[in-house]
Design a protein around this ligand. Sequence first.
Ligand SMILES: [Fe+2]
Length: 214
Amino acid sequence: MIEKQEVQELFPTPLWIVDLRPADAAVLNAMLKTEIERLIAPRPKVPAGSNWQTPQDLHKRPAFADFAKLVETAARGVARFLQVDQYPMAITGCWANVNPPGAYHPTHHHPNNYLSGVYYVAVPPVGSRIQFQDPRPSMIMPKPRQYTRLTANGADAQSKPGRLLMFPSWVKHTVPANDGETDRISISFNLMFTNFTETMASPMWGATAGKEKA
Ligand SMILES: [Fe+2]
């Protein structure tokens, strides 16, 4: 009868997790924190639950050059992993978020880019999570005895200082309220292929007829 029954996972969604060496993270984060504090000072009033965001061009500022290099290195690793590193990519936006206690960021994604991510400069020990939403439509969802990555429609990732997360830009994510007593400081970024229309957007299949008449 049945010889074997196995599972092939179709279309998995990647989340890349890059951790800096703690000593390196401490030095980088101290520098980033100072620069970010400088950019948002004096802090304008924001509605309860909301956060402060810097301009989105940090990757072009000399003070953030080392950080931009870190993001580009991590992105190259991702591109190599996906075997698309023959197409150059560049940071298109990079900004810092300062979430005071109680602040959250509602569900969103980052359109018009290929990769997005976040790096953690300071994270209070409590509530140091980011939540990702399952992109698949949920038609029938029996409650399993225990949720697994095959049955859950959300997944948490742990954030901590010195950690960089990268994911496809279409993955929806949410930052829950900061339950800690100190600011949660992160830097978000997007990357896109630099010459998308020139080298990547034309049809990927060959014509079967009429080539010589075109
Ligand atoms: Fe985001």
